[in-house]
Design a protein around this ligand. Structure first.
Ligand code: PBG
Length: 325
């Protein structure tokens, strides 16, 4: 007789057993689908570095959202590609801005779809930075006013949640105050609380045409080497009234995700960003990895690390895979 009493393998003998003891599970409600909305009609332009992701005109975005709803998805996050950009990001808070139009259209056609609006200025500024620039510097407090104005106009257009991603100090508090003053105390803030200055955003900047024309974002987004600072960022947003905390990117930052999860009791979002998506796609195109399995493994591990919800360009494919299993 063997003297091994504990045999973890007993619970791995069949898929039924494995499924019984599984700790983290993906559900269709977990996913948030990013949509890049542009001017025009009937536009469906694939982003070259992100196969399967498109720039969509408002009518097409509406269609994409209702197809996603049919599939089982319940949330989208909107990004805008305005026709014109300027120094003060007018397109971000225009009543007929591209995200505002898309929010109205999605809410009209699929009222139960949650509409999250990314609240930032970089897609709308001529220089591509996330705030107001003077003498080569991104000014914090001057930017807050425009960011808060953007959030209010997104709420007016029907967004259920605003998601500030500019990494300006005090942005959550400024948005909360502005929303409350305008009667939008029920609109939630999903804060990109811990957002790193990451090379994994490369393909997004093509998708959203938002690359900075000079310098980079390291004077406002976080240094990849820092974890304690992430706790401080999360704490500030918690105190300022964030309803949901986000960590971004996801896979290279699972330790951060876990730390934020252990420390705060707010719902947690993870952003599986453009570069993370593009790397899986590219390797799969070469036949080097099994795309479906790598996708599911990646998303499952993001949940295991502590995310309640995941923003991912794989949202539809993940739900399709879940629906089949
Ligand atoms: C806007 C914003 C960015 C992303 C989400 N919101 C780009 C950036 O900070 O440069 C990146 C998302 C992705 O890479 O998928 N500030």
């Amino acid at each position: 007789m063997s003297d091994i009493t504990n045999r973890p393998r007993r619970l791995r003998r069949s898929e039924t057993l494995r499924s019984l003891v599984r700790e983290a599970r993906l559900a269709r409600e977990d996913f948030i689908l990013p949509l890049f909305v542009c001017a025009g009609s009937g536009v469906r332009r694939e982003v070259s570095s992100m196969p399967g992701v498109f720039n969509l005109s408002v009518d097409e975005a509406m269609r994409e959202a209702s197809n996603a709803f049919e599939l089982g998805l319940r949330a989208v996050i909107l990004f805008g590609l305005p026709e014109a950009k300027d120094e003060i990001a007018s397109g971000a808070y225009a009543e007929d801005g591209i995200v505002q139009q898309a929010a109205r259209a999605v809410k009209r056609s699929v009222p139960e779809m949650l509409v999250i609006a990314d609240t930032c200025l970089c897609e709308y500024t001529s220089h591509g930075h996330c705030g107001v620039v003077r003498r080569g510097e991104v000014l914090n407090d001057e930017s807050l006013e425009l960011i808060a104005r953007t959030a209010v106009s997104q709420a007016q257009a029907g967004a259920d949640i605003v998601a500030p991603s500019a990494m300006m100090d005090g942005q959550v508090g400024a948005i909360r105050e502005a929303l409350d003053n305008e009667g939008f105390d029920q609109i939630a803030i999903m804060s990109y609380a811990v957002k790193y200055a990451s090379a994994f955003y490369g393909p997004f900047r093509e998708a959203a045409d938002s690359a900075p024309s000079f310098g980079d974002r390291r004077a406002y987004q976080m240094d990849a080497a820092n974890a304690r600072e992430a706790m401080r960022e999360a704490e500030l947003d918690y105190t300022e009234g964030a309803d949901i905390l986000m960590v971004k990117p996801a896979t290279a930052y699972l330790d951060i995700l876990k730390m934020v999860r252990d420390r705060f009791d707010l719902p947690m979002a993870a952003y599986h960003v453009s570069g993370e998506y593009a790397m899986i796609k590219a390797a799969a195109e070469r036949g080097w990895i099994d795309e479906r399995r790598v996708m599911l493994e990646t998303l499952t591990c993001i949940k295991r690390a502590g995310a309640d919800m995941i923003i991912t360009y794989y949202a539809q494919e993940a739900v399709r895979a879940i629906n089949q299993s």
